[in-house]
Design a protein around this ligand. Sequence first.
Ligand code: G1P
Length: 287
Amino acid sequence: MKAIIPAAGMGTRFLPVTKSQPKEMLPVVDKPVIQYVVEEAVAGGADDILIVTGRGKRAIEDHFDRSVELEDLLERSGNTTKLREVRNISDIADVFYVRQKRPRGLGHAVLCGAPFTSSDEPFYVMLGDVLVPTQDCLPLLKSVQERYGGSVIAVVQVPPEMVSRYGVIAGREVEPGVWEVNDLVEKPPVNEAPSSLAIFGRYLLSPKIMEILPKIEPGRGNEIQLTDALKELLKHEEVYAVAMECSGYDTGNVLSWLEANVALTLDTEEYGPALRDLLEKMLGMEG
Ligand code: G1P
């Protein structure tokens, strides 16, 4: 399987920290977000991974490359655990890169990956700033695709006041938690949202989308939207949506990034207990 990871967005919600570093390199516990995404792709059976980068995103390429000087230093100081960890990053998968030369939207970023995909195989699209710690989203997309065919999108139920932050779908529920999609709207105002099922950054797409994307006009935010291309795809093929069973974090959003850090750190043996104490103390003091 192939996976395209769009990581070209400017990260404006996280300025100023994203002024000169990619939002995908923000740390969650001790790893950059994009490493979680690549690890999830590999766990989900993707062996070829394409990251769509852009201006100011070189740190991503460096992260998945060997770092000979650092490895030498760790070797000389006998820090074998960190040495293994650092080496593993560059061995995770075959990672390829393409640059989106202008920020023209998610749909355009996916289209930059067209030469990487094949015309008869579905491929994953995984947003580079969305973290799914449980890694069970891709297998879910795959199992729905095997049963129903077409393309499959992961969705989450969000409170109505949050729909305007997401792409929203409407559909007919064909089994609990699976919808045959009949409409999609990118970031609708609350009163125009067809449901509160929000697209959550994981897709398994039919190659037909690559024929459609070049014809899509700029939409919401004057950007070429993947959501608009999926709406067009509905005229040719079926699209399904499946409710994610696990929690995911949109780490391009400050609060959600903080939540990811707290939740994942609490889960570690190394820092979990100390962070719990710290939080209890801080919140106790507040009260
Ligand atoms: C993108 C998609 C949107 C989706 C969201 C999920 O928007 O366009 O449909 O709901 O990711 O995080 P962005 O957050 O990149 O503006």
